[in-house]
Design a binder for this molecule. Structure first.
Ligand SMILES: C[S@@+](CC[C@H](N)C(=O)[O-])C[C@H]1O[C@@H](n2cnc3c(N)ncnc32)[C@H](O)[C@@H]1O
Length: 273
């Protein structure tokens, strides 16, 4: 039997496939995430750079939720993503909110043929680059688009331990195949490497590792099957008995507990005159 092709999570083809399964980029499960998990710290950090003269560039904006939620505190926000349906959704939300200072672009910053990364902004035009849970390739072109003294603030998923119960499930549903699994190794190291290659240095980095609790087998099923081709995987009913057994053996008081890990970091652009 031919082996089933599963795109690597967070590859271009994975996002293209995900866009056919759900409208916009979001986690489709309900869970309880512990406090101080990095997401709020990221929002607070970008607030430190607010100002009506600040020109923001958001990388990999998904369906535009972040750009629209911060727009009134900044001069102008340009946000881009390579998935057309995400940008369509972003523009619809923009029409609803009337945010006149946000521009959404459907744009791929990477040209695989030329092995080149080009951010959609003019040289010396950006004061703040933000990226929430997005890729890292854009770092290569960050210094060009930024003004002297500009900041980069980013939040990246950090590799989480593979839960012991993962191997109790059919191979396709192993944790490593879920979109939740980053498979990136040390994100801290990857960020440092990318910055170094671009002639930049990390100013600060913070790691967050808190519990995330899945209270039902159904929500756990949603997580492990996220981004997988629905017609090729066992249905919830088919594997419910396995999920029940996992809850019986590995569940804590409120359900199955995973780690929710994030790396928050910032870097400053210093341009030599
Ligand atoms: C993990 S999602 C995060 C979306 C959003 N920032 C959020 O917090 O919900 C990463 C996004 O980066 C986009 N992306 C990845 N590589 C890209 C590229 N080369 N050019 C533009 N967008 C890209 C993907 O399409 C995806 O929407």
């Amino acid at each position: 039997m031919a082996e089933l092709y599963i795109p690597r999570a967070h590859s271009n083809s994975w996002y293209e496939h995900l866009a056919t399964l759900q409208a916009g980029y979001y986690y489709p499960w309900n869970s309880e995430i512990g406090e101080r998990n990095g997401e709020q710290a990221f929002l607070e950090l970008i607030e430190e750079y607010k100002g009506q003269a600040v020109n923001v560039l958001e990388v990999g904006c998904g369906h535009g939720e972040l750009a629209l939620s911060i727009a009134d505190r900044y001069g102008h926000v340009t946000a881009y993503d390579r998935i057309p349906s995400y940008i369509e959704l972003a523009n619809k939300s923009k029409d609803d909110t009337g945010a006149g200072n946000v521009e959404f672009l459907c744009y791929d910053a990477q040209n695989p043929e030329l092995h080149q990364t080009t951010l959609p902004a003019r040289t010396d035009s950006v004061d703040l680059i933000i990226c929430r849970r997005g890729p890292l390739h854009w770092i290569e072109d960050a210094a060009r688009v930024c003004r002297d003294g500009a900041w980069i603030v980013a939040l990246n998923p950090m590799e989480e331990p593979i839960p012991a119960w993962s191997s109790k499930l059919p191979h396709l549903l192993h944790f490593e195949n879920s979109g939740r699994h980053t498979g990136t190794g040390s994100i801290h190291q990857s960020v440092e490497n990318r910055l170094h290659q671009a002639g930049l240095t990390l100013h600060s980095g913070w790691s967050f590792d808190v519990p995330e609790t899945f209270g039902s087998t159904h929500e756990l099923y949603r997580m492990i099957t996220w981004g997988l081709p629905p017609r090729k995987i066992p249905s919830y009913e088919d594997i419910r008995y396995k999920l029940d057994a996992i809850f019986d053996r590995y569940g804590e008081k409120d359900g199955i507990v995973l780690r929710h890990c994030r790396f928050l970091w910032r870097a400053q652009i210093h341009k030599s005159k």
